[in-house]
Design a protein around this ligand. Structure first.
Ligand code: SF4
Ligand code: SF4
Length: 332
């Protein structure tokens, strides 16, 4: 039987038996997944994706790396940590989430910081990003020592000094030299009173061969829920999908800045926002994995936080009046 004849008979049979195959509609061709992934990775590495997408991709990669290390029973890494060098500030922003407008003068201690860094090397294989901040960190007279210590213990870390820029022109050569030789990046937040100064700051840092990252902030949000009835889980989940911001302070690692600095708020306004949500990193028999587990748990302070719970009150930047209203999510 010839091939063509066989094909005809097959077709006839299928019509007779009522199982004629209807020709499939052609689907529009999709880009193969491999190419899609390649394209997204290209965008990611060339910096053309939004910062939010970058953060999400990083988070995804970090989580997977974390899982792998856990399976292999290896020490974990800490993705990110913030450290206050001072609590007070030379700018007085309404709604400052670190409570600097109502903070007293406080300076971090270099010896304590060295002790804490050494302990972190025992708990973690690396800390990916360390942000030295405040308050205004340039107000600390020994800022260079903190920069040098951070890099000594975590040479591979992305170390940043977070500043409002006001004091940059007054910084001594030693500060610039420390930043340059340790590849520290200056994270400059430009608030409305400093608008227009960005290029000046950029030129100054360039002349010292120090890298900078700028971002402008012209609005703030009020997050304090004085009723203390926020949905803790929802607030925390939403909060973590936006930010991962553990704070290290005098041997304690806090879930976020709120429990770390809210004592200023409680003292000033007579409120009772819980100040737990931390652990002592020097406690014996503690592992890096124990620390990460704590950082993934909501704290009781989340009950007083409106993050992701209801639409939050935002307002244009202005000086703080140091009244409770500056932080209140709902003003009655
Ligand atoms: S510059 Fe930063 S730390 Fe200082 S008051 Fe403003 S938001 Fe707070
Ligand atoms: S108190 Fe809770 S919800 Fe608010 S910023 Fe901290 S971790 Fe996030």
């Amino acid at each position: 039987m010839g091939g063509e004849e066989k094909l005809n008979r097959d077709a006839t049979d299928s019509v007779i038996e009522g199982n004629e195959k209807t020709p499939k509609k052609k689907k529009p061709k999709r880009m193969p997944y491999k190419m899609l992934i390649k394209e997204e990775l290209y965008k990611f590495f060339t910096g053309t994706v939004s910062p939010r997408t970058r953060a999400r991709v990083r988070y995804f990669l970090d989580i997977n790396r974390e899982r792998m290390l856990k399976t292999l029973r290896l020490k974990p890494f800490l993705r990110y940590v913030e450290v206050h060098l001072v609590d007070h500030c030379n700018l007085n922003c309404r709604g400052c989430s670190h409570f600097s407008p109502i903070a007293g003068e406080w300076f971090a201690d270099v010896n304590q910081y060295e002790k804490d860094m050494r302990r972190l090397t025992e708990l973690f294989r690396n800390v990916n990003t360390v942000r030295l901040m405040g308050g205004e960190p340039l107000l600390h007279p020994q800022i260079e020592s903190f920069v040098a210590l951070t890099k000594r213990y975590f040479p591979k870390a992305d170390v940043r000094v977070v500043t409002n820029g006001i004091l940059l022109p007054a910084m001594q050569d030693l500060f610039w030299e420390m930043c340059r030789s340790n590849s520290v990046i200056l994270d400059v937040t430009v608030y409305p009173p400093l608008k227009g100064k960005e290029q000046f700051f950029r030129n100054l840092a360039n002349s010292k061969s120090v890298k900078t990252d700028f971002h402008s902030v012209s609005a703030f949000s009020a997050l304090y829920n004085d009723k203390g009835d926020s949905d803790v889980k929802r607030s925390f989940l939403r909060c973590r999908s936006w930010q991962y911001c553990p704070n290290l302070r005098e041997g304690r690692l806090y879930v976020c800045p709120v429990p770390a600095y809210v004592h200023y708020f409680n003292e000033t306004f007579g409120s009772h926002v819980p100040e737990d949500g931390w652990l002592d990193i020097h406690a014996q028999s503690l592992s890096g994995w124990d620390v990460l587990a704590l950082l993934d748990k909501a704290t009781s302070a989340c009950r007083y936080c409106m993050f992701g719970w209801k639409p939050i009150r935002t307002f244009p930047w202005s000086h703080s009046t140091r009244s409770v209203k500056d932080w209140q999510a709902t003003v009655r």
